[in-house]
Design a protein around this ligand. Structure first.
Ligand code: FAD
Length: 288
């Protein structure tokens, strides 16, 4: 089933993101995570794609397990940076052979050690090229990423929004947002998206802050801003793992509750492969 149809029938759609286990761990270690998440009856589960395609086979295998064994829709992430058209086509064929009908089309980041990476040499320079290619060559439902605070490499928010509009016009069925910690940022973004005539569903990406070290690393990677209220929580509880986790679950629960009240299309929880904490959040908001 195409995930886009869920946004017409369910309001809101609750979904999860997981990542494949490291290559040094057996792929089966993800099953425990999945068993915990599936009990929560999500609309779909997305599976990340390691930088540069490093988790390609595992992403496919786990997405296929979600779809064919657990009978839940799977959204396979796919990045195109540094990939040739025939490589992308091969992956798309493999996904479709596994009945996976939904792809999150991403540009991806250049390798960390490649300074001044030249995107102009790539078959695909931007995610919009990948979206167009998938739509022209298959019947797959395509999601794409959106950045309520702007993408880290884009100097002007208005440019980012215009490129997002261009990407959507290439055939995006729904958008999933980068994580944010202040819902007002997301609501402003929704207004701005409407202003430039983006009318597809825009799903709110929520990351529960479960430990202080994790949050510093993630913020440095994605550039999301930290509201004073959250900074104070990390300051107060950061040294105590148990208290920090409790505070993080409460903070995420408040964000989700407010988003539900405001009638968002969907909430995509970045689970960090932690089903127990996700269960607590959904219980707190009456969704489990
Ligand atoms: P794009 O949409 O191509 O945008 C990238 C930048 O280029 C932006 O600054 C945009 O404004 C600009 N731009 C776009 N089009 C044009 C144009 N035509 N001309 C000039 N500028 C343009 N990474 C992974 O490696 N694996 C994952 O599984 C993964 N999952 C993600 C899931 C979500 C929900 C999100 C939000 C991000 C994810 N990422 C993942 C990170 C993502 O790959 C990076 O943020 C990457 O830098 C941008 O990818 P994109 O698809 O948003 O790029």
């Amino acid at each position: 089933m195409k995930i886009s149809t869920l946004y017409q029938s369910q309001n809101p759609v609750i979904s999860f993101e997981i990542f494949p286990p490291k290559s040094t761990s057996p792929v089966e270690t993800i099953y425990e995570t999945l068993e915990g998440l599936i009990k929560l009856e999500p609309g779909f589960i997305s599976v990340t794609y390691g930088a540069g395609g490093s988790s390609r086979d595992r992403t496919k295998e786990i997405a296929a397990t979600i779809k064919n064994r657990y009978k839940i829709e799977a959204l396979a992430h796919l990045t195109c940076v540094g990939q040739a058209v025939n490589e992308i086509d091969q992956i798309l064929n493999e996904l479709q052979e596994e009945n996976i009908e939904n792809v999150l089309a991403l540009r991806g980041d250049p390798p960390a050690d490649a300074q001044n990476y030249d995107f102009s040499d790539s078959d695909f320079k931007y995610a919009s090229d990948l979206v167009r290619h998938i739509k022209n060559s298959s019947n797959v439902c395509v999601a794409a990423a959106a950045y309520p605070e702007g993408h880290a490499h884009c100097r002007r928010l208005s440019d980012d929004l215009n490129w997002l509009k261009y990407k959507v016009d290439q055939g995006v069925d729904f958008l999933i947002s980068q994580l944010f910690f202040d819902n007002r940022i997301f609501y402003n973004f929704l207004e701005n998206a409407l202003r430039v005539n983006i009318h597809c569903p825009v799903v709110a990406g929520i990351l529960p802050v479960l430990n202080a070290k994790q949050i510093k690393r993630i913020i440095s990677l994605c550039g999301a801003s930290m509201p004073a209220k959250l900074l104070m929580l990390v300051d107060k509880y950061g040294d105590n793992a148990e208290d920090m986790e409790k505070a993080g679950i409460e903070y995420a629960s408040q964000q989700v509750r407010d988003l539900l009240e405001s009638g968002v299309d969907g909430i995509h929880l970045y689970t960090m492969n932690k089903p127990q904490q996700v269960t607590e959040i959904l219980k707190n908001v009456g969704k489990a």
